[in-house]
Design a protein around this ligand. Structure first.
Ligand code: ATP
Length: 796
């Protein structure tokens, strides 16, 4: 199966929000008033349901009347086809390898199922979408081969079931590093026509859990997700290229208050679970909306299966449509306002859409091999186990051993759940900490910017704005830290439980006569779990790799933003003996909108890909954040042979850049990422006049240890050193700031001595970097780093 690689080009898309108001039902017509006024195709007004309010209250603005604007608003007379016509462009991309998600959101009885599934006379969005997909495939004039498959699942009481299986067991969610969240064991059926999907949809819908509640005669008790995958094999393109688009169509269960549905027992339990996952969804929408408006807030996807399944649709790689369904009845006022409130928030949500292109990646292949090895081992053990089992069945089974075995089964099942829970908690904690790292970096930048701005600003408006932003970030950090502390506690409890389980398993094994058999059994299960944990680690590593890729992309933008041609960069890299894959995507001519080429190496030594820019993997996530929005940078200087100062819009990051690269340039200030934040980088053949004066001011403002350790005087010294090193332009330049080390003890001493100071340690060797005359050196300690670090300047 091909792996899906990251995008060659990625676009940010905004979640499209449409509101659909259904007509009053027969019963409602007798007892309710119509309070929705659709003023035009984008606006609606919800009237105050309380007619008794007097004139004074109304003019004093105590009315509960509300106005809302959305991408599309559909009045009760509109059909599903009307809705579909306005959102269908989202579906078109699916046959081109893009992902799309359409979900209906609203209170119980508001018309979600009607909108998604529809009726024979008024087919819903699910039916209309897969007809479109097959029409597009039919009309496609290329020689590409298409393969369409479909799956249909429901989440009922926080358990996933396969709606295409007659008696489906419980299915589990897994994090796949390449494909994101996947449902393990879900049946995916190849389909040749829209009619076949319709048939499967009907089969699935008959299996779906529905109940008659007070609010709706056929209320859906489960969330249903129909997923259509379109694989497009491009015959005339690169041998292995496969585009893989996915369309997720989601019909959510109805949310209701127990008092309204007058339900009890199982129904009440269902309702509680439905409401819990809808609440989780609402919280995610809230956090995502807040994230766009204010800053980085943690998005609690992990709180329900539904939100984990919808994660891509809500913020990942998907073009997404939310159809908010509302009832026009006055007694539904609160539900309707609630739905509209979340729909309004959802308008802020951004997703990042890119084509899913199948290739085989080296690092994935490595992991795949590891998993395969484990699987071979599992198979081997399974066989041994089967042999033992058959031996045992030939003998009269001992009751005690049977008991022991079922006890072991229970323990192993519990261990499995324990591992799964730990993985989820650790992943959640990881995500949370990543978010807070970014928040803290922004906070540092804001502090720097505030300090600078306070000196120059008279009226304090910008400072005020920066301060309020700082407060938002502080709040987010506090919220996330609190949530993180909760997760840590949960992990501790989980680990304690894990130890107890292990002790119990060992005890069960040592008490039993058939030790070998039980030992194999437990080993077999432990290996299965090790496999799961390995997959988790893969996901984590892939997260880091993903961040690095983003960092690389931004670096390319940065280089291209300087006006360099791709070819120049490639030549420069080639001269350093650095391999960068040729860009297969044609570039646009404009500087800042150019997409960087896709790099062949997902795993690379940090300095391999970019001459002179030493990026350490563990700071790459910070780096990614710094460079986000590079296209909106302001350029304060622009000559190609002198440094260019770039300023990001939020005034907090500065970069001093130049396209050329020299030993002298490197010798002084080539550790821009020390301390997890960018500093200045000079890469010019001759020292520019303004560099030193710039540098002292900038360094004082940017250096993480500027306040304590980096005094203006030392900046001046540094400027002087820089001039000298430039002038010396040879091995001498290195000597200005380098300490050569001869053996490992000496190296250790130097690292310790220089850690966190403004001195670098290099390990010189007699070899030179290919074609440059620069001695191959190992940069062992960054001037501003707080811990000893080592990476190879030559990239070899
Ligand atoms: N546009 C419409 N035109 C006519 N009738 C509609 C329309 N939308 C919904 N209805 C009717 O309203 C009722 C409730 O609709 P539906 O079952 O789709 O709601 P729901 O939001 O899916 O409810 P639940 O969340 O409880 O499953 C049904 O009787 C349905 O036929």
């Amino acid at each position: 199966m091909p792996s899906i690689r990251a995008p060659a080009s990625q676009q940010t898309a905004t979640l499209l929000v449409a509101v659909k108001c259904r007509p009053l039902t027969e019963i409602e017509r007798q007892r309710s008033r119509h309070i929705i006024q659709v003023t035009d195709d984008k606006n609606l007004v919800i009237l105050d349901p309380d007619l008794s309010k007097d004139y004074l209250e109304r003019i004093q603005n105590r009315s509960k009347e509300r106005r809302y604007s959305f991408d599309h608003v559909f009045a009760p007379g509109c059909t599903n086809a009307d809705v579909y016509r306005n959102i269908s462009s989202t579906i078109f991309g699916v046959i081109q390898g893009l992902n799309a998600t359409v979900f209906a959101y609203g209170s119980t009885g508001s018309g979600k199922t009607y909108t998604m599934v529809g009726t024979r006379k008024d087919p819903g969005l699910m039916v209309l979408s897969f007809h479109t997909i097959f029409d597009l495939i039919k009309k496609d004039e290329s020689s590409d081969i298409f393969e369409v498959s479909c799956s249909y699942l429901e989440v009922y009481n926080e358990v996933i079931y396969d709606l295409l299986e007659k008696s489906s067991g419980h299915l589990e969610l897994r994090e796949d590093p390449e494909h994101g969240i996947v449902v393990a064991g879900l049946r995916r059926i190849k389909v040749q026509s829209a009619d076949k999907i319709l048939e499967l949809l009907n089969v699935g819908n008959n299996r779906r859990k529905t109940e008659t509640t007070e609010a709706n005669a056929t209320s859906s008790r489960s969330h249903a997700v129909l997923e259509i995958t379109v694989k497009r094999k491009q015959k005339n393109q690169y041998k292995s290229q496969i585009l893989c688009g996915k369309l997720a169509l989601v019909d959510l269960a109805g949310s209701e208050r127990a008092s309204e549905t007058r339900s009890g027992g199982q129904k009440l339990r269902d309702g509680a679970n439905i409401n819990r996952s809808l609440l989780a969804l609402a919280n995610c929408i809230n956090a995502l909306g807040k994230q766009q408006k204010k800053g980085l807030a943690y998005v609690p996807y992990r709180n329900s299966k539904l939100t984990r399944i919808l994660k891509d649709g809500l913020s990942g790689n998907s073009q997404t449509v939310m159809v908010a369904t509302i009832s026009p009845a006055d007694d539904q006022y609160h539900h309707t306002v609630n739905t509209l409130k979340y729909a309004d928030r959802a308008k802020e949500i951004k997703t990042h859409v890119h084509k899913n292109i199948g290739t085989v990646d080296t690092h994935v292949a490595d992991y795949q091999r590891m998993i395969e090895n484990l699987q071979v081992e599992v198979c081997h053990l399974r066989k041994e186990l089967a042999d033992k089992e058959s031996q045992l069945t030939t003998k009269p089974a001992e009751k005690a051993a049977d008991d022991e075995l079922s006890w072991l089964n229970i323990l192993s099942r519990e261990t499995n759940e324990n591992v799964q829970e730990r993985i989820n908690l650790q992943k959640a904690l990881f995500e949370l900490e990543e978010t807070n790292i970014r928040n803290r970096i922004e906070l540092q930048h804001l502090d720097d910017a505030i300090a600078k701005q306070e000196v120059v600003e008279k009226d304090g408006t910008v400072v005020q704005a920066l301060r309020s932003r700082r407060q938002v970030i502080l709040d987010n950090i506090r919220d996330n830290d609190e949530a993180g502390a909760g997760y840590k506690k949960d992990i501790e409890i989980n680990e304690k439980h894990q130890r107890q389980l292990q002790n119990m398993i060992e005890e069960a094994i040592s008490n039993n006569g058939n030790r070998t058999y039980l030992h194999i059994l437990s080993q077999y299960r432990l290996l299965g779990m090790a496999n799961t944990e390995l997959q988790f680690e893969m996901a984590m590593r892939d997260q880091v790799i993903h961040n690095q890729r983003e960092a690389l992309r931004n670096l390319w933008n940065m280089l291209l933003g300087l006006g360099l041609e791709q070819k120049q960069i490639m030549d420069l890299a080639a001269r350093q003996g650095i391999v960068i894959e040729d860009c297969t995507t044609p570039y646009a001519n404009s500087v800042v909108t150019k997409q960087p080429p896709f790099l062949s190496h997902y795993r690379f030594s940090p300095s391999v890909a970019y001459p002179g820019l030493n990026v350490q993997p563990y700071v790459s996530t910070c780096f990614f954040q710094h460079h986000q929005g590079f296209s909106s940078m302001a350029y304060l200087g622009g000559q190609h042979d002198t440094p260019t100062v770039c300023r990001q819009e939020h005034l907090s990051s500065y970069y001093l850049l130049s396209p050329s690269y020299s030993q002298a340039g490197r010798s002084g200030m080539d550790s821009p990422w020390a301390g997890g934040r960018p500093g200045a980088c000079f890469h010019t053949e001759s020292v520019p006049q303004e560099a030193c004066s710039f540098y002292s001011a900038m360094r004082a403002a940017l250096c993480p240890c500027s306040k304590e350790q980096f005094t203006p005087a030392s900046c001046e010294d540094y400027g002087q050193q820089l001039k000298e090193s430039w002038a010396a332009n040879s091995q001498d330049a290195w000597e200005v700031r380098s300490v050569a080390v001869n053996n490992s003890r000496h190296l250790h001493e130097e690292l310790m001595r220089n850690s966190g100071t403004n001195c670098s340690v290099y390990q010189n060797s007699s070899a030179e970097i290919k074609g440059t005359g620069i001695p191959e050196s190992r940069h062992l300690c960054s001037p501003y780093g707080t811990a000893p670090r080592a990476f190879n300047l030559s990239g070899s």
